[in-house]
Design a protein around this ligand. Structure first.
Ligand code: 26Q
Length: 820
């Protein structure tokens, strides 16, 4: 058990700049076939990455050996997304060789910063959930938790976003084509996965036959931890054809046809689904889920047997499988299948073990995001799994629900993993969230308020049945990437005042609170912010051709585009600010720049329309001399991790304005506050806990609370009433509807107006408008007194200790994984 485990303190690497230089030259010549003189920043990036990977792989072996000999309990983090971002800078920091690498690159005549910039950003995720998985991998290694991440090595990550005529365009992101030196193929560990076919009963045993076979090839990416020798593995599966050429058709001269099977199989890991908080329901997505789950399950069972022998007696003590949302939930059925059909378990014993090893993290309450699969589809792709799901459901309803609510058929219908059709002859639907709850030991939400809603609103009956099962683990972010690496000057300033290892113990930041009132410290803090804003201004100039004033308030909203996140609320408010300035050009307000970054799912019409509207409004405002640069609006295209690293350190105001009850947690809110931005936000997700940490005076909270939202809905909410009673709001909505902003397509913004008025304003944008506008007035007021502003900014940064992902992982270790 891990309790016997010793702390893996980092042995300071005896790696000098000269060693790095030597390794880089060796890789330039031997791995890349280049002479030293031929190498530009990109080639040096690759050679340096290969050199660092060497160190990583060596430490992976040491970590594995140590864990094997300790027969450690291991966490397997199953996720369809790992939004890791660029890895070189992060790994150099974690391995403590950043300065040496800087020196080595200088000897090559380039700056390390340019080398780091030439790395392409692996976009193997959509947004928060994928980035959370990456922060957790960093913290798992940092805390020496034996762990492995399992996911998919997509050939195309999340689409690249362009803006043309103000509208979003999408193009494929073939991110590996610029090479991916971090991934190492491990043919020894490849797996075969079966699909389709049928179930045959033989001597009372089920046998899955006539299947189609797919090969899974693992790619291992080393995950370094901060200040430790532990290096964990992120194992990403790529699909391949199981057989090579179909020789019969090859013989007949159909060379191209003979490869068709292969293309089919390879399709599985081709592309990441671009939906965020929305279920796609596509067969290929189900196959992706099963493909990586089956590969991972076979892989981890084989590892257990190598380390512990063939007996299953200790499996429950050695293995944890954490489901990152329901996306890998088919793992529950797959595990049962292996136990029942291959390992000779009885049903009861199998389910018992299942309930020891699985845990499930819920990231959303949105009904449209809860995964549901037609039973028919699962029955076609995974016929044996569908049988097993029915079997689990039967036991659950007729033994467990029956015991709790005897004879209550309506309760059985309500709690069934299988949703029955409304009309006879309709389709049965599998509720993946219910399968996850029934199959798991623990279920967690991702912020206190969210977990409470999971208990009370999403799964109230499960919570009654199993009062210990649903728990909270508030999200966190890694301070290494989101402070030390992205804001090195602020890190240095903190170092000058705090002697302890705040990078590893973020609670120590609290000591900076003592300097919140110190004018000298405030001055330095403000200068660093201004410098970061100058750098971002240069990026904005380069990416958008817009000049912004670094002295202006940088007001930032970066996140996926979704109606519940309410970018449309900012849009309406910005339009109103513009009108106020036109009416009174001498208005005494500080200059403001509103900065957006957001991708919309390609099929989400209203979201794309909001992007279009933001860009049209931006064009109008940015080109109007009358307002004398008091207002600018910037939509930076293709928001991604590497861009976040440039925007976040430059934010003065962090927009976190979701309708209360809809944002499970948010993590951008933590990153911006950590870098000294003040939050304007609703009482939603982790904002609630951020407010608790920084104090009510240091955050701009506005709008309806969760309780008020439901009261308002019960009372009957009419957005028309608000529209008719708020003159300013009416004026901007009318303007949006008029077509004046988009003469080439006057009806373009109708979908937004319809959503706000005709379709009832489900996300209560108008209901919160005035409170939001008032909150911004308070922001402007505060900005006018720098000593007050910077005091609040420092307090924000200094109070973010709780939101380190190290704390989140420590919480998982203690309350869910029962490590130590
Ligand atoms: C589902 C079915 C089919 C295809 C795609 C999907 C899909 C993909 C991604 C559904 C949801 C997601 C991503 C959800 C997500 O990022 N949720 C966010 O998770 C963060 C980490 O916990 C929270 O901070 C955010 O509040 C939450 O929105």
């Amino acid at each position: 058990m891990s309790s016997k485990k010793s702390k893996t303190k980092q042995i300071k690497p005896a790696v000098s700049a000269a060693d790095i230089s030597e390794a880089v030259n060796r890789h330039l010549q031997q791995s890349l076939g280049l002479e030293r003189e031929e190498a530009g920043p990109h080639e040096l990036w690759e050679a340096l990455s290969l050199a660092v990977r060497e160190i990583g792989l060596q430490k992976i072996r040491a970590t594995r050996q140590k864990e094997s000999s300790e027969k450690a309990r291991r966490v397997y983090y199953l996720s369809l997304e790992f939004l890791v971002g660029r890895l070189l800078g992060n790994n150099l920091h974690n391995l403590g060789i950043y300065d040496q690498a800087e020196k080595a690159m200088a000897e090559h005549g380039v700056s390390l910063v340019d080398v780091l910039e030439s790395e392409s950003d692996p976009a193997l995720g959509n947004g928060g959930l994928g980035r959370l998985a990456a922060c957790f991998m960093d913290s798992l290694a940092t805390l020496d938790t034996p762990a492995m991440g399992y996911g998919i090595n997509y050939r195309f990550g999340l689409f690249k976003q362009g803006i043309a005529g103000g509208r979003q365009t999408e193009s494929p992101d073939a991110w590996r084509e610029d090479h991916f030196p971090w991934g190492k193929e491990r043919p020894k560990r490849k797996q075969t996965v079966r699909l389709y076919g049928r179930v045959v009963e033989k001597d009372g045993k089920a046998s899955w036959e006539d299947t189609k076979e797919i090969m899974g090839m693992p790619w291992d990416v080393p995950v370094t931890g901060y200040n430790t020798d532990t290096v964990n593995t992120l194992r990403l599966w790529e699909s391949r054809a199981a057989e090579g050429f179909d020789l019969t058709s090859f013989d007949r001269g159909h060379y191209m046809d003979s490869r068709s099977k292969e293309i089919n199989a390879e399709n599985i890991s081709q592309v990441l689904y671009p939906n965020d908080n929305h279920d796609a329901g596509k067969e290929l997505r189900l196959i992706q889920q099963y493909f990586f789950v089956a590969c991972s399950m076979a892989d981890l069972i084989a590892r257990y047997k190598r380390e512990n022998g063939d007996s299953w007696a200790d499996f429950g003590k050695k293995v944890i499988m954490q489901l990152n949302d329901t996306h890998p939930a088919i793992a529950v059925a797959e595990f049962m299948r292996v136990l029942l059909d291959e390992e000779g378990f009885e049903f009861d014993e199998a389910l018992k073990l299942c309930r020891q090893v699985f845990a499930y993290t819920n990231h959303t309450l949105l009904p449209e995001a809860l995964e549901k699969w037609p039973a028919q589809l699962i029955g076609k792709v995974l016929p044996r799994h569908m049988q097993i799901i029915y079997r689990i459901n039967y036991f659950f309803l007729h033994t467990e629900v029956e015991a709790q609510w005897p004879g209550d058929d309506s309760m059985k219908r309500r709690l069934s993993i299988i949703e029955e059709p409304e009309q006879p002859g309709g389709d049965q639907i599998v509720r993946m969230a219910y399968l996850s709850v029934v199959g798991s030991n623990k279920v967690n939400g991702v912020a206190a308020i969210h977990s409470k809603l999971v208990q009370d609103m999403l799964f109230p009956e499960f919570h009654k049945m199993w009062p210990e099962k649903i728990v909270n683990v508030t999200n966190g972010v890694t301070p290494r990437r989101w402070l030390d690496h992205c804001n090195p000057e602020l890190a240095k300033l903190i170092d000058s005042k705090i002697k302890g290892d705040w990078r590893g113990k973020l609670d120590l930041l609290d000591k900076a609170n003592a300097y919140a009132d110190d004018p000298a410290f405030q001055k330095k803090f403000a200068e660093i912010k201004l410098d970061n804003k100058r750098k971002l201004a240069a990026v904005i100039k380069q990416e958008c051709g817009i000049e912004v004033n670094p002295e202006a308030i940088f007001d930032v909203q970066i996140k996926r585009l979704h109606e519940y996140k309410r970018q449309q609320l900012s849009l309406l408010h910005i339009m109103a600010l513009y009108r106020r300035l036109l009416e009174n050009p001498e208005l005494d307000v500080p200059p403001r720049v509103f900065i957006f970054g957001a991708k919309a799912a390609p099929g989400y019409k209203v979201a794309k329309t909001i992007i279009h509207a933001i860009n049209r409004v931006a064009d109008r405002i940015n080109n109007d001399r009358r307002i004398k640069d008091k207002l600018k609006v910037v939509f930076i295209p293709n928001y991604r991790v590497s861009l976040a690293e440039k925007i976040i350190p430059a934010a003065d105001v962090s927009e976190q304005i979701s309708t209360a009850g809809f944002e499970a947690s948010g993590t951008g809110n933590m990153k911006m506050a950590l870098n000294g931005a003040l939050t304007v936000g609703t009482m939603d997700g982790a904002n609630v806990e951020i407010a608790e940490e920084v104090g009510d005076d240091n955050i701009f909270i506005f709008g309806l609370t969760v309780d008020q939202v439901s009261e308002l809905r019960d009372r009957g909410y009419s957005s028309w009433d608000i529209y008719n009673s708020n003159e300013e709001l009416k004026a901007v909505i009318d303007w949006l509807a008029s077509g004046e902003l988009c003469p080439d397509e006057p009806e373009a913004f109708r979908p937004i107006v319809e959503s706000l008025l005709d379709r009832g304003d489900y996300f209560l944008t108008l209901a919160d408008y005035q409170a939001y506008s008032d909150a911004h007035d308070r922001i402007v007021d505060t900005w006018k007194t720098p000593a007050i502003w910077w005091k609040k900014a420092i307090i924000n940064s200094a109070s973010m200790g709780k939101f380190s992902s190290d704390r989140s992982i420590a919480d998982y270790n203690r309350t869910i994984w029962m490590m130590d």
